[in-house]
Design a protein around this ligand. Structure first.
Ligand code: HEC
Length: 354
């Protein structure tokens, strides 16, 4: 089974013409890194250097978080998929982006692709424990040809993958759009890594405190699997996924839980539209989701009373499953009061008998 077929990139990326990077969500587990490159790519050593730079910085800041082991895979970079991913990140500016399947099929949590072609280096998506991709453009294309630039571009993109956004200080590693920093500022005849700001060092420990612990890698997929099972057998898709009931469940997982679309339910309460749970879950913390699910009441036909009976462990599993699908689509249409005539299609509920 493929999880997370459709994902969203919440902006990203360094540099010239790049989207402004959003701060990402912090990791819940130690990310295992996979580097895809050609056999003799001179940047492989720079990736190791960038990973040690961040791990040393984390250690010095007193954080318990570390980037995980780096696995090298010698295989052709999926140039086309990478270019289109980079372009959609740029175009979307925080909206939803389709992450090509080829990245989901790669091993590891954080995929670093050392490409050959010319595009704007980027990092994303930045939610939950989903896969994050870093695309580094070809070393033959300026400004990566300048001494010391590739080293810092790789470390900069890793910074996004850890959770940082851009700052406005051209002497620092995370400088970028909308400020006027460009990666050629990293040029130096001496190899050196640009530093973090003091603020960023403090932010690092806030994101990943001394007591940070990795979720057990074994527990994680099992919990997500359980959440998927709860969503399926809890019938959430029947209403929260457009066309699902009509097609007897034959809707791709990428389109699950994006809301009931144009179709409403009309009755004495007015007309309701099933919400986009991918967007709504994304706006909540896990604890917030649990307490909301235990207390909320919604209009018909939402069976809120059965959700209250769901165990906390299962609610957490559902949250993790929905989160890793990524926030996509648009919020549901607003509720219409009884006197408002809805546009078809809608399902008409009978008025209660007198
Ligand atoms: C029979 C149809 C139906 C089923 C089944 C259903 N929902 Fe809903 N749900 C709705 C509708 C319609 C609304 C909007 C109600 C309103 O506007 O007050 C809604 C609202 C909600 C809300 C509140 C709005 C929000 O997003 O914060 C949550 C949470 C929710 N559903 C979660 C679920 C989950 C989880 C499941 C599966 C366990 C599920 N629903 C199953 C129809 C359904």
């Amino acid at each position: 089974m493929k999880l997370a077929i459709g994902c969203t990139l919440i902006a990203a990326g360094l540099v010239v013409g790049s989207a402004q990077a959003q701060s990402g969500e912090s990791w819940h587990r130690t990310p295992m890194i996979t580097v895809i490159s050609s056999d003799s790519d001179s940047r492989l050593g720079l990736v190791d250097e960038a990973v040690s730079f961040w791990n040393k910085t984390l250690e010095e800041a007193g954080s318990a978080f570390r980037l995980g082991a780096v696995t090298r895979l010698v295989q052709p970079a999926p140039e086309e998929a990478l270019t289109s991913l980079g372009e959609s990140v740029l175009a979307a500016r925080g909206g939803s982006v389709y992450v090509p399947q080829v990245f989901h099929d790669m091993p590891g949590d954080l995929i670093i692709v050392l490409a050959d072609s010319d595009f704007i280096s980027f990092a994303g998506p930045f939610f939950g424990n989903s896969k994050r991709v870093i695309g580094i453009k070809g070393i033959r294309h300026p400004p990566l040809t300048l001494p010391n630039v590739a080293r810092n571009v790789i470390a900069h993109e890793l910074g996004h993958a850890i959770g940082f956004r851009h700052n406005n200080d051209p002497t620092k590693l995370m400088c970028g759009r909308p400020w006027s920093c460009r990666p050629d500022l990293f040029r130096s005849d001496e190899p050196r890594m640009f530093p973090l700001t003091d603020d960023e060092k403090r932010q690092l420990v806030r994101m990943y405190p001394a007591g940070w612990k990795s979720d057990s890698p074994a527990a994680q997929p099992m919990q997500i699997e359980r959440g998927r099972y709860m969503v399926l057998t809890g019938h959430c898709n029947n209403c929260h996924t457009a066309g699902y009931a009509q097609k007897e469940g034959d809707v791709s997982e990428a389109a699950w839980l994006l809301g009931s679309g144009p179709q409403g339910w009309r009755g004495p309460w007015g007309t309701t539209y099933a919400s986009n749970l991918r967007i709504n879950a994304h706006a909540m913390t896990e604890d917030g989701w649990v307490s909301y699910m235990k207390t909320f009441k919604a209009r018909p036909p939402m069976p809120w009373w059965s959700i209250r009976e769901t165990s906390e462990a299962d609610l957490r599993a559902m949250y993790r499953y929905i989160r890793q699908l990524g926030p996509a689509g648009a919020p549901a249409q607003p509720f219409l009061p009884p006197e408002k005539e809805p546009k078809p299609p809608y399902i008409q509920y009978p008025m209660p008998g007198k």
